[in-house]
Design a binder for this molecule. Structure first.
Ligand code: VL7
Length: 134
């Protein structure tokens, strides 16, 4: 992997999760819960498969994929949509495009100063999260 993102990570900042969730059409009630969560990321690699787990006390979300191989993703427990996803390296960024009903949807992970960064984007809204290694 061009950058080693593997490990267990705890969120330390979360900017514009609200805007991202509004863009996804998440209900006000669920947004209120989601905004209070302290998210964790567990990123693993097994052979050529990557597994990304987002966990919280409320709900967990797991996705697994191979680089450069399009896959069907159902965002269960998030906005519950089907998308066609594709993850590739763009330099040292792990970039996912999520093609579906929502335009310009996806995310990007990268490492900066020993921190794991994540931008989540949807229809012009960007949520920027930073995690520190556990
Ligand atoms: C996914 C929050 C907010 C809906 C539930 C809140 C509980 C706990 O897609 C994501 O990560 C990618 C890249 O690492 C890999 O899947 C982040 C969680 C961000 C989304 C939407 C609120 C509903 C969420 C899992």
């Amino acid at each position: 992997m061009p950058a080693n993102l593997c490990g267990t990570w705890d969120i330390i900042s979360n900017v514009n999760l609200e805007g991202y969730m509004v863009a996804l059409g998440i209900s006000p009630q669920l947004r209120k819960i989601a905004l209070k969560l302290k998210l964790k990321k567990v990123i693993e690699q097994q052979g050529d498969e990557y597994i990304i787990k987002t966990t919280s006390t409320f709900r967990n979300y797991t996705v697994s994929f191979r680089m450069g191989q399009e896959f069907e993703e159902f965002t269960r427990g998030l906005d519950n949509r089907n998308v066609k996803s594709l993850v590739t390296w763009e330099g040292n960024k792990m970039v996912c495009e999520q093609i579906g009903e929502k335009k310009n949807r996806g995310w990007a992970h990268w490492i900066e100063d020993d921190k794991l960064h994540l931008d989540l984007f949807c229809e012009g809204e960007v949520c920027s999260q930073v995690f520190k290694k556990k």
